[in-house]
Design a protein around this ligand. Structure first.
Ligand code: HEC
Length: 192
């Protein structure tokens, strides 16, 4: 290859690089990226909470989530739990204790199951609130628990799981009433 030919090739390569750079600069000039003036979606404003609701919580309260929860969805979401738990009446203990009727069951009360001290010393019953916290973050709720499960971070999914757990009982525990619900009636649905 003589030097003339080499120069031609080098020139072509350089030319191509310049051309690509040029396109980049040119398209940047056309498509100038401006940050959006407003967010693409609006987060629910705090004042959207129904009047009279306790201290406008930024998250949807658990009773409201439970009112919308679906045990069928929960059954699917509870598949990972089934690796360690049974849910049916008379179900055996596996890596974890059987969970039939666990809602309102005293904490760490499955006869014959070797619970961790973290759960044995907890006391009280598995009400919806306690279960919600435990499933969200087992170690955060009971530091030292043997339950090797990372936690379900989505509150709506947890509510579905709770609805499923609730359905697995002879007499499903009553759902907690929303704070502002009129006695015996449905909680008024706040418009989002
Ligand atoms: C890797 C196995 C494993 C998985 C997965 C798992 N658990 Fe557990 N679970 C355990 C063990 C072990 C315990 C006993 C914990 C202790 O003694 O500290 C437990 C305890 C519990 C308890 C307390 C029961 C009682 O009698 O006090 C509940 C409720 C529970 N699990 C629900 C769930 C749910 C719901 C899921 C799925 C979202 C789940 N677990 C996933 C192993 C597991």
């Amino acid at each position: 290859m003589d030097s003339f030919e080499f120069n031609k090739i080098a020139g072509a390569v350089l030319g191509a690089l310049l051309f690509i750079m040029g396109i980049g600069i040119f398209s940047d000039a056309i498509f100038h990226r401006r940050p959006p003036a407003t967010a693409a979606y609006n987060l629910p404003a705090e004042e959207a909470a129904p009047a009279g609701a306790a201290a406008a919580a930024p998250t949807v309260p658990l009773p409201e989530l439970l009112a919308k929860a679906d045990p069928k969805r929960g059954e699917t979401l509870a598949k990972p739990c089934a690796a360690c738990h049974t849910f049916e009446k008379g179900g055996a203990d596996k890596i974890g204790p059987h969970l039939f009727g666990v809602v309102e069951r005293p904490i760490a009360s499955a006869a014959g199951f070797a619970y961790s001290d973290a759960l044995k010393t907890k006391g009280g019953n598995w009400n919806f609130d306690a279960l919600d916290h435990f499933i969200a973050n087992p170690r955060g709720y009971a530091n030292g628990t043997k339950m090797a499960y990372g936690g379900e971070k989505d509150p709506a999914r947890r509510a579905d799981i709770l609805a499923f757990l609730r359905s697995k009982a002879d007499t499903p525990a009553p759902l907690p009433a929303a704070a502002e619900a009129p006695a015996g009636g449905e909680a008024p649905k706040p418009t989002p």
